[in-house]
Write a new protein. Structure first.
Length: 256
């Protein structure tokens, strides 16, 4: 089964976390402590912090259920579809042009050839996914309410349905918030922000049923028809928005 993720950080996180809890725990803790008064802690206290941290890690490791996913089955489709032109079914020249503008602020992507190479890898991953679907191989889609991941989900379901309406699709939805055993509440902004020891806790696969598939297809067609500059979550639903949607928030922060 191919594991499909929609950001580079999410794909990297899954590769790093997929075997968490497998085998014997090996201590590897490094501790840094910042104090309010700026004074350095004694070696004895640092050693105590280290032992406490290692014990927490050991317990988490032993409780974990390894996902046993093969790295070779992980495919990333980081097309960043929450912004830019999405009028193309298959990301091509228009999406590449947008990426060239987006990545031009980074020195390593000043050369257009580098952007084309990077974009070509994304297209190759997409071709691999579509090829697997055509051959009736099951796929699993990892998504959240993060706009890039949600748009990525809608888009790939749209492409899969056009190619093979009977394709076997599974999903793993990341909750927006999670309550840890110690009572602390964690808010997530996508799979890329999940810590290594918590990936397996959210590894709850569901088969995509027709109503949810219809929802994905309907939403993508709506977003694609709008083809707005920005897509973002508002009141639990993803909307097409103008490019200045965030300006008021930015100005407010600048004034502060």
């Amino acid at each position: 089964m191919l594991e499909i993720l929609f950001t580079e950080s999410a794909a990297g996180g899954l590769k790093y976390s997929k075997n968490y809890g497998k085998g014997e725990y090996r201590p590897h803790t490094a501790v840094a402590v910042l104090t309010e008064d700026g004074k350095q802690l004694s070696g004895e206290k640092l050693e105590l912090y280290k032992k406490e941290t290692e014990e927490k890690e050991r317990l988490a490791w032993e409780k974990a259920v390894p996902m046993n996913i093969d790295s070779s089955d992980i495919a990333v489709l980081p097309f960043a579809l929450s912004t830019g032109d999405i009028s193309e079914d298959y990301p091509g020249e228009k999406r590449l042009k947008y990426f060239s503008q987006l990545m031009s602020i980074y020195p390593e992507f000043v050369n257009s050839n580098e952007t084309e190479k990077w974009f070509g890898k994304m297209q190759a991953n997409l071709d691999r996914v579509l090829g697997a679907v055509k051959d009736n191989q099951p796929v699993r889609l990892w998504y959240s309410d993060n706009p890039d991941e949600l748009c990525g989900l809608y888009h790939i379901v749209y492409l899969i349905d056009k190619l093979n309406p009977r394709a076997e699709i599974y999903t793993v939805k990341l909750p927006a918030q999670y309550v840890r055993e110690d009572g602390s509440v964690i808010s997530y902004n996508g799979w890329g922000g999940v810590s290594r020891e918590e990936w397996h806790l959210h590894f709850k696969t569901e088969k995509m049923m027709p109503p949810f598939k219809t929802l994905c297809l309907t939403n993508w067609r709506r977003l694609k028809a709008d083809n707005a500059p920005v897509r973002a979550m508002l009141n639990g639903m993803i909307h097409s928005l103008p490019e200045d949607i965030y300006d008021s928030f930015i100005i407010k922060e600048i004034k502060q």
